[in-house]
Design a protein around this ligand. Structure first.
Ligand code: TXE
Length: 478
């Protein structure tokens, strides 16, 4: 049994209340970790540590901050195998995928280490009268709350820019997948991160997470998770005038026009539908296909999807691992039932799988559904599992209306060889991100986030550095 304690002031500490939560291996259904069940008291200790560390951390020369953050990136790289094993055990995802995510976690630190030395602010000359310059000062103590789908990848995506900008952090990973964040703390210590600069607390969102959001000395909250939770967090943080960055759910369209390179579109759609068991906010869960290529696309996609191996996360051939938790597994299955009730036809999958040796795990076969209206619940609510729907369309106007017809607006993908159409669609889609003839091709400098109920604010590049700093205008008369 692995014990996961808080990391406060550079040391692992037991929860003040002495209580622990069970942590499950989703592939076996077994408990293998005990997770500190943090309370407001533990969050207060983390805030106290952050407060003591803040003056020295924000005054540290950027070059020194760069060196420490870069050493954390190297530490992650050195421990990639161990971290990837832990991630797959905790989350259920295939090991090959965990390895690439651990590389990205390292890259997040490397990227924002260099941001610490490159970040700059503006100056404005006001005629011949004055010069204005903008100071970009650290916000102070910031809260980072991350979800369970890409645990270390998203945890580091938040804490690296927060630290690079000179803040001290109180962070909470998801109670479903806290293991890699726990291991990262030791790496941070070895890299020379001063005690108190990064504090990691564990526990339930409704108690420990809530205490972070409510704490008056935590001045900014960066959150990734469900839309309902984001709405609640905003209702608590906004009246306290905290800075808020919310990266929430999606119900993303993947649009295949009749002039698309079908081979590429099918190959990438397999990934954009089912990578990480479909538990990525960027997955294209509504696949709109032009009637001219609908049958050809459908049969080519089905041919690939029925071959996908579901099961043991540690088998290299596995394409779909376990669903993160029992409640989430049940939620996804309930949506498949709903699709049936709404009149959908299940083309493949549609049920749980019990792979040999993993009969107690939470597995769902990759599922493709057709025959549903674009406006039904299955097609407008986030399922966040290995479930997609196929929807035919005739015209650009029609698909645009359907694609934009949900409360979400995170990431859209379109496949076409017509450049003018790509520009027209990219302009008109209500979405924070538009991928044309590709998916999840990431450049860490680009703004990342969604519109409508997919969130508020942007992460990535200078956007993240701006979020984690307060601009102050200084006007000096000539
Ligand atoms: O996430 P929650 P859940 C979507 C997906 C999923 C749904 C719910 O559709 O089915 O959200 O997932 C912390 N104050 N996404 O309920 O609750 C919590 O401890 C402060 C999309 O598992 O949003 C965890 O660390 N914190 C998504 C984090 O919030 C609170 C990724 C996320 O948990 C809190 C995951 C509170 N009151 C799920 N309540 C994406 N955008 O990628 C919870 N938390």
């Amino acid at each position: 049994m692995i014990t996961i304690n808080h990391f406060i002031n550079g040391k692992y500490v037991a929860p003040g209340g002495g209580e622990y939560l069970d942590g499950f291996n989703p592939a076996t259904g077994e408990v293998f970790t005990k997770i500190a069940n943090g309370t407001a008291h533990d969050v207060q200790m983390a805030v106290d540590a952050a407060k003591s560390a803040l003056p020295a951390w924000k005054a540290m020369p950027a070059e020194d901050r760069f060196r420490i953050l870069n050493a954390i990136a190297e530490g992650i790289e050195t421990h990639i195998d161990e971290l990837a094993l832990a991630e797959s055990r905790d989350q259920g995802k295939p090991l090959w995928l965990s390895k690439s995510e651990m590389q990205r976690a390292s890259q997040n630190f490397r990227f924002f280490a260099t941001a610490a030395v490159q970040f700059a602010s503006e100056s404005h000359q006001t005629d011949t009268r004055a010069i204005n310059y903008t100071l970009r000062q650290p916000v102070g103590i910031v809260g980072c709350i991350s979800p369970w789908n890409l645990p270390l990848y998203l945890f580091t995506w938040k804490i690296a820019p927060a630290l690079a900008a000179g803040n001290c952090v109180v962070a909470k990973p998801s109670e479903f997948t806290p293991l890699t964040a726990h291991l990262l703390c030791e790496i941070a210590n070895k890299a020379g991160l001063p005690p108190g600069v990064l504090n990691v607390v564990h526990g339930l969102g409704s108690t420990c997470g809530q205490a972070i959001v409510e704490h008056p000395e935590i001045k900014a909250i960066s959150f990734t998770g469900g839309t309902a939770t984001g709405k609640h967090i905003a209702s608590v943080a906004a009246p306290m005038f905290k800075k808020l960055s919310l990266e929430l759910g999606g119900k993303n369209p993947n649009i295949i026009f009749d002039d698309a390179d079908l081979t590429e579109a099918v190959k990438t759609s397999v990934r954009s539908s089912f990578l990480n068991q479909g538990e990525i906010c960027l997955c294209g869960s509504r696949v709109f296909v032009h009637t001219g290529v609908y049958d050809a696309f459908k049969s080519a996609l089905l041919q690939e999807v029925v071959k996908m191996q579901v099961g043991d996360p540690f088998d290299d051939k596995t394409r779909v691992g376990a669903i993160v938790s029992k409640p989430h597994f049940e939620k996804v299955l309930s949506y498949i039932d709903l699709a049936r009730q709404e009149g959908g036809t299940i083309l493949c999958g549609g049920q749980e799988v019990k792979p040999a040796g993993f009969e107690n795990g939470w597995f769902i076969a990759p599922t493709i559904i057709e025959g549903l209206s674009a406006a039904c619940r299955t097609n407008t609510e986030e399922i966040f599992g290995p479930v997609i729907t196929l929807i035919p369309f005739e015209t650009e106007e029609e698909v645009l209306e359907m694609a934009n017809g949900t409360a979400y607006g995170l990431a859209a993908t379109l496949w076409t060889s017509d450049l003018k159409r790509a520009h027209r669609m990219a302009e008109a889609l209500q979405s924070g991100i538009v991928w044309v003839n590709c998916w999840l091709l990431r450049d860490l400098r680009t703004p990342f986030g969604g519109v409508k109920q997919s969130g508020v604010g942007r992460e990535g590049g200078w956007e993240a550095m701006r979020f984690f700093t307060e601009p102050k205008n200084v006007c000096i008369a000539y």
